[in-house]
Ligand binder design. Structure first.
Ligand code: CP
Ligand code: NVA
Length: 322
């Protein structure tokens, strides 16, 4: 008798890799959130291990992945690239091959998307993008969960306004919003537009879902009658050398009470955090009653559990693979 072939491993390097599964991921994350509130953890990832390679700092992503694995009966290992041999010149390919012999999945926070692709190319276990210079897919699954909760699952008729940089978070938001069918208007300063290939891909998803995607330069145009306003730092990790130039380019792009007044009265404010208070967002807005940032942060946990289950339930545990 021949054994059935093992399913190929799946990576989440872009939110586009899970575009078709977003509705079921959000439904599963909602159930996992409710289960955790009742204190009934179901160990769906019992005995599974996740290696977490971080080249950059993290509070939310690291903690939520680690707690997600613990809650689901598995284990997570934090590996700073500074402490790995990777930091002394061992190749990404060799690191990927070795880690694949020990663990069931790898999440990776990288400076360069090309390094993310290289790790995924050589790893024989699923690789999850925990942020790079191109995307932050897990963040946007949590953000979609936050919007889904507040809009009771209805995407049509709602519009998100982005105010800020055409960065990794906007890239994943463009793709995720277009995939589920929520309208998005992004206000970005000239010269800081999102990557044209990401925009093309988002527009292709939008054609299928019916979402409207537009890029403008005036934050007021984006925010007028919006149902949610999303902002992020002006200076992302890795962009520090451009801090002064960016701070002047983004000067009119602060989410404050005046800007918020242009949105719908029911509109809420999203921020992936960490925030640079007084730059892209004021204390009054971030700490105010319309801030959804703390729910967003919590939702990282529930969203990532759903992603990990999706990837790991298809593969045999590391100890049984060979
Ligand atoms: N939003 C987010 O990814 O936060 P951390 O950098 O703290 O992980
Ligand atoms: N755009 C930000 C997101 C941080 C979670 C960065 O890349 O630093």
């Amino acid at each position: 008798m021949t054994m059935p072939a093992a399913p190929p491993k799946r990576d989440v390097l872009s939110i586009a890799d899970i575009a078709g599964e977003l509705p079921s991921l959000l439904a599963r994350a909602t159930r996992l959130k409710a289960e955790r509130r009742r204190g009934l953890p179901r160990p769906t990832l019992k005995g599974r291990t996740l290696a977490m390679i971080f080249e950059k700092p993290s509070t939310r992503t690291r903690t939520s992945f680690e707690v997600a694995m613990h809650d689901l009966g598995g284990h997570a290992l934090y590996l700073s690239s500074k402490d790995l041999q990777l930091g002394r010149g061992e190749t990404i390919a060799d690191t990927a091959r070795v880690l694949s012999r020990f663990v069931d999945a790898v999440c990776y926070r990288a400076y360069r998307h090309t390094d993310m692709v290289e790790l995924a190319r050589w790893a024989t276990v699923p690789v999850v993008n925990a942020l790079d210079d191109l995307e932050h897919p897990c963040q946007i699954v949590a953000d979609l969960l936050t919007m889904h909760e507040r809009w009771k699952g209805r995407w049509k008729g709602h519009r998100v306004a982005w105010v800020g940089d055409g960065n990794n978070v906007l890239h994943s938001l463009l793709l995720g919003a277009a995939a589920v069918g929520v309208d998005l208007t992004a206000a970005v300063p000239r010269g800081y537009e999102p990557h044209p290939e990401v925009l093309d891909r988002a527009r292709a998803f939008a054609r299928a879902s019916g979402a409207q995607i537009s890029i403008v330069q005036d934050p007021r145009t984006a925010v007028r009658n919006a149902d949610a306003i999303y902002t992020d730092v002006w200076v992302s990790m890795g962009d520090e050398a451009e801090a002064a130039v960016r701070e002047s380019a983004f000067a009119g792009f602060q989410v404050n009470d005046e800007l918020l007044a242009l949105a719908r009265p029911t509109a809420f404010v999203l921020h992936d955090l960490p925030a640079h208070r007084g730059q892209e967002i004021t204390d009054a807005v971030l700490d105010g009653p319309r801030s959804a940032a703390w729910d967003q942060a919590e939702n990282r946990l529930h969203a990532q559990k759903a992603i990990l289950e999706l990837l790991l339930r298809r593969t045999a545990p590391a100890r049984r693979r060979r």
